[in-house]
Write a protein that binds this ligand. Structure first.
Ligand SMILES: [Zn+2]
Ligand SMILES: [Zn+2]
Length: 391
C-alpha cells in the first residue's frame, strides 16, 4: 500500500459560493490550501480534482426530485423553499448543482482511493457537508458528500464504516442517511441542539430499529472549552469506534467549535482540535489499517481559525505534523493583509496547552459537561456492548 496522502483540491472547489456576506465563504478553502502549501505540507501529496458527480451517484443518497430541483435552481434560478433552496442559509447561486456535485465526487473518489489502497489517507476540506438531507438542502449544505462517500464504500464491499463528526453542529444529515444502517456508526460531538441549529443530536438518538447503537451523540453545553471538549471526546469516541471495529474511518473536522467562531457558543482552541485530529489519525492506524478519509465542514472564523485547524489536519494526514509553535509563514500573512486588510494569526497555536481529565479519574455529577457525557454513555454504550461506567 502506498503511504501517499490524497488531497482533494482544484480551484474549481471555490465555486461552492453562496455569495457575498454568506458565512460559508470559499475564501476559507483558499486560505487553507495556501497555508498548507506555504508550510510545505503538500510536497508529497497527490492533489486531485474532481468532475461533478452524476445524478445516478447523487441518487444513492438523494431523492431524484431533489436533484432535479437543484438543477432547476441552477439553470433557472428558481427557489424551492420546501426543499431548502433559496433560503437565507442556502441561497440559490449560479452553478449551484455543478459546484455541489463536484464536492461529492471529490469525496467519493477519495473514499474509493482509500478503500483500494491507492492512498493511505485522504483529505477533502471542501467536503463534510453534513447537514444536507436526502430531499433538502440545509445549513449551507446542498449535497451530502460524506453520506454519498460512505454509501459508495458500502457499495464497494466495505462492511463497516465509522463516521466521527467534531463540528460544533450535530451531523444530522449523515445520521439520517444511515439511521437504520447497522454497517455505519455515526458519532457526533457537538453543542447541544437546545441552543443551536439544527436542534437535534440528543443522546437518546441511537439509531433505528435495525441499527440500535449505530448513532452516538454527545450534546455539550454552550461555553464548553478545551478541557471539557477533549474529556468528552476521550470518554466516548475511542471506545465506541474501537467496539464497532470499522474497516474505514471517515471524520468530519468542522472547526466552528472554536471560541472565535461567530455562529456557535463552544470555546475550543486550534490546539485542542489538533489533538482530536491526532487521536483520530491514531485510531485509523489502530483499527482500520490506516484507511482514513478526513473531511472539512463548518468553520466561520475564516482567517483566524479555519486555515490553521485544517493545515494541522493536512499535516497529520501527510505524516508531517506541524509543531504548534511554528510561525505562520510570512507570505501567507502578507496575502491575508493585502486581501482582507487584516492581520492574521502569527503562530500555529492559540498559545494554550490543552489538558483534560480522563473519565476513569471520576465523574462529577454537578458538572454540566460530565452530565452530558454520562447521558451519552448511558444511552449509547449498552447497545454497543460497552459498560457505561468502566469502558
Ligand atoms: Zn457547523
Ligand atoms: Zn497515518
Amino acid at each position: 500500500m502506498t503511504q501517499r496522502l490524497r488531497v482533494v483540491w482544484t480551484p474549481e472547489m471555490l465555486r461552492y459560493d453562496f455569495g457575498r456576506g454568506h458565512p460559508m465563504a470559499p475564501d476559507r478553502l483558499d486560505l487553507t490550501i495556501r497555508l498548507a502549501r506555504e508550510l510545505g505540507l503538500l510536497a508529497d501529496a497527490d492533489l486531485v480534482g474532481a468532475a461533478p458527480a452524476s445524478d445516478a451517484l447523487l441518487a444513492t443518497v438523494h431523492e431524484p426530485a431533489y436533484v432535479a430541483a437543484v438543477r432547476r435552481a441552477e439553470t433557472e434560478g428558481v427557489a424551492d423553499p420546501a426543499r431548502g433552496l433559496g433560503t437565507d442559509d442556502d441561497p440559490v447561486f449560479p452553478g449551484m448543482h455543478e459546484a455541489s456535485a463536484r464536492v461529492v465526487q471529490g469525496t467519493v473518489d477519495a473514499a474509493l482511493a482509500v478503500v483500494a489502497g491507492d492512498a493511505v489517507h485522504a483529505v477533502n476540506v471542501a467536503g463534510g457537508l453534513h447537514h444536507a438531507m436526502p430531499g433538502a438542502a440545509s445549513g449551507f449544505c446542498v449535497y451530502n458528500d460524506a453520506a454519498v462517500g460512505i454509501r459508495a464504500m458500502l457499495d464497494a464491499g466495505v462492511e463497516r464504516v465509522a463516521y466521527v463528526d467534531v463540528d460544533a453542529h450535530h451531523g444530522d444529515g449523515v445520521q439520517a442517511a444511515f439511521w437504520d444502517e447497522p454497517r455505519v456508526l455515526t458519532v457526533s460531538l457537538h453543542e447541544s441542539g437546545r441552543g443551536l441549529f439544527p436542534g437535534t443530536g440528543h443522546p437518546d438518538e441511537t439509531g433505528g430499529r435495525h441499527a440500535d447503537g449505530s448513532a452516538v451523540n454527545v450534546a455539550l453545553p454552550a461555553g464548553t472549552g478545551d478541557a471539557g471538549w477533549l474529556r468528552a471526546f476521550d470518554a466516548v469516541v475511542p471506545a465506541v469506534v474501537e467496539e464497532f471495529a470499522p474497516q474505514v474511518l471517515v471524520t468530519q473536522h468542522g472547526c466552528d467549535a472554536h471560541r472565535l467562531d461567530p455562529l456557535t457558543h463552544l470555546r475550543v482552541s486550534v490546539d485542542a482540535m489538533r489533538l482530536a485530529s491526532e487521536r483520530l489519525h491514531e485510531l485509523a492506524h489502530e483499527l482500520t489499517g490506516g484507511r482514513w478519509l478526513a473531511l472539512g465542514g463548518g468553520g466561520y472564523a475564516i482567517v483566524e481559525v479555519v486555515p490553521r485547524a485544517w493545515a494541522h489536519l493536512i499535516g497529520i494526514a501527510a505524516h508531517r505534523p506541524v509543531d504548534p509553535d511554528t510561525e505562520v509563514p510570512l507570505a501567507w500573512r502578507e496575502h491575508v493583509l493585502e486581501t482582507y486588510g487584516r492581520t492574521g494569526p502569527t503562530t500555529m497555536s492559540d498559545g494554550v496547552t490543552p489538558a483534560f481529565r480522563t473519565w476513569r479519574s471520576g465523574f462529577d455529577p454537578s458538572d454540566e459537561v460530565d452530565r452530558a457525557i454520562r447521558a451519552t454513555r448511558a444511552a449509547a454504550f449498552p447497545a454497543l456492548g460497552l459498560d457505561v461506567e468502566h469502558d
